[in-house]
Design a protein around this ligand. Structure first.
Ligand code: DC
Length: 221
């Protein structure tokens, strides 16, 4: 059987991670959170004192670091062998990841790794440029979105469940800024890939979104 690549793109807080992980589990596919890779680059840069404006140093670090995933539940992200799963989940690292992801050299390094991971197995990969750049010929492309207020509410819920203090207005502001940066960068901006199914999840439960995507993939494969 040929491998199937499911590309799930969309803005911050649209529920991509929860949805993609569960869709992959139900289909028996590998799951890859490409955003975690940009977060790992940002975290590596900040913890070694590299300025987020230094494109050459960021490119260097993106090529040097080793990012690995353990797909048990919950999934673990390793940076040079250390578990950074929780460290990379803060709003600050989210913003920093969005900044480092503007650097073309960083993107080249990440896209190369993502493409080689997708070459071996059926995979659900989530991100911002999976259906447009990483796998422009993916068998299935989905653009998952929701209104800014809905996304801010969901993100705030996730972060407070993880014990972080969050203010909803600040969250909306951060999400809007991140949307703007991710959609307006020169290299691989977030946009709806040609042929993608656009799914607005406002008012739809996560379980229903998962069921819709799983049946869409099954009907097409
Ligand atoms: O999905 P996330 O919030 O963890 O992603 C963090 C940042 O990484 C996001 O704001 C933009 C960047 N990113 C990207 O440029 N391309 C991807 N495929 C995934 C994430």
């Amino acid at each position: 059987m040929t491998n199937i690549r499911v590309a799930i793109d969309g803005p911050a807080g649209a529920g991509k991670s929860t949805v993609s992980r569960e869709v992959a589990r139900q289909l028996g596919f590998v799951y890859l959170d490409s955003g975690a890779m940009y977060r790992a680059v940002a975290y590596a840069a900040l913890s070694t004192g590299i300025a987020l404006s230094d494109a050459d140093a960021l490119t260097g670090i993106a090529n040097e670091i080793q990012i690995a995933f353990d797909q048990s539940v919950p999934p673990t992200v390793f940076l040079n062998g250390s578990d950074v799963t929780t460290n990379i989940r803060t709003p600050e690292i989210g913003t920093a990841a969005s900044i480092v992801s503007q650097v073309p050299g960083v993107r080249v390094a990440m896209v190369r790794q993502q493409q080689s991971l997708g070459a071996v197995d059926s995979i659900v990969m989530e991100g911002r440029d999976i259906g447009t750049v990483v796998f422009p010929d993916a068998e299935i492309k989905i653009y998952l979105t929701a209104s800014v207020s809905e996304r801010a509410k969901r993100r705030a819920g996730e972060l407070s469940a993880a014990g972080q203090v969050v203010n909803l207005d600040d969250m909306e502001c951060q999400i809007s800024e991140r949307d703007y940066r991710d959609m307006h960068r020169d290299d691989s901006p977030l946009c709806v890939a040609a042929g993608a199914w656009e799914l607005n999840t406002d008012g739809i439960s996560i379980d229903d979104v998962i069921a819709m995507i799983v049946s869409h993939v099954r009907s097409r494969s």
